[in-house]
Design a protein around this ligand. Structure first.
Ligand SMILES: Nc1ncnc2c1ncn2[C@@H]1O[C@H](COP(=O)(O)OP(=O)(O)OP(=O)(O)O)[C@@H](O)[C@H]1O
Length: 254
């Protein structure tokens, strides 16, 4: 379980996440929603201990700050909103970099065999439908293909937790649906999955829980139908919207 107590993130002289207190459970897909600038990316990065924050942050009862970088990287796979490659590599190499936390370093044995590494890389490439693109340089990919390659890098690491910042943003409709279903399956299989997303219908239809942030504060946290009810949407996004359709395939009319 990831537990944050009074987590506050200060950036540019302002508190952009204020007093966030929440417990995230494994085996669930949690969506973080909110308007632009609400603090979603800042909260996600702080939950992964990638951004300085005040307050308490623990993973299974241990302070995340006290974990080694390797332990942290094995536990939490983080997908930033704007992932970059330092130099141009093939898709397969990029995805293989997700295995780094499992590699041997002097004095410490690897916890995964080469065949386990290969299997994890192949599974991640297949899950993100990248097998045909595996030998292409990342620089030659389209925006959506590139986004899937970075997601595959996270999946290849087989982390206990997947924290992904807008992984659906540049995907076409079919790939959005398939990635949302993939993340829901990862959660059903026991991983903790936390995803920042703007598409409220995807959050409504796929998430087990939705956290709504507004101006750095958590203003709703619960089942999608409660946290994303029409009154909250009006209050937070200032849009008159109506949910249509049946549970699992709802659409938002504005
Ligand atoms: N490096 C930074 N320095 C100063 N302020 C920052 C920095 N990064 C973000 N901010 C500010 O922090 C606030 C929260 O930003 P954050 O990226 O967490 O929002 P967000 O909810 O993820 O937004 P979006 O939906 O636009 O991605 C914003 O007001 C933003 O301008």
């Amino acid at each position: 379980m990831i537990t944050a107590t009074n987590l506050t993130v200060r950036r540019g002289g302002r508190d952009v996440v204020r007093d966030a207190t929440l417990s995230l459970e494994p085996g669930r897909l949690t969506a973080i929603c909110g308007p632009n600038g609400a603090g979603k990316s800042s909260l996600l990065a702080a939950l992964a201990a990638l951004l300085p924050a005040t307050g308490d942050l623990t993973l299974d009862g241990r302070s995340i700050a006290s974990l080694s970088l390797r332990e942290r990287a094995r536990a939490i796979g983080f997908l930033p909103q704007r992932a970059e490659v330092a130099w141009d590599v093939s898709v397969r190499t990029l995805v293989a970099l997700g295995r780094l936390p499992w590699c041997a370093v002097p004095g410490r044995p690897a916890r995964a065999s080469l065949s386990a590494d290969r299997a994890a890389i192949d599974a991640a490439l297949a899950a993100m439908e990248l097998c045909d693109l595996a030998d292409r340089p990342v620089s030659n990919l389209s925006g959506g293909e590139r986004a899937r390659a970075f997601m595959a890098r996270v999946l290849a690491g087989e982390p206990d937790w997947i924290l992904a910042d807008e992984p659906l943003a540049s995907l076409d409709l079919a790939h959005q649906q398939r990635l949302a279903a993939c993340l829901a399956r990862e959660a059903a299989g026991g991983r903790g999955v936390v995803v920042v997303m703007h598409d409220l219908a995807t959050a409504m239809n796929h998430a087990d829980r939705v956290i709504v942030l507004d101006q750095g504060r958590i203003v709703a946290d619960g089942r999608p139908q409660d946290a994303l009810c029409e009154a909250i949407i009006r209050q937070v996004w200032q849009v008159d919207a109506r949910w249509l359709g049946d549970p699992g395939s709802k659409a938002l009319a504005t």
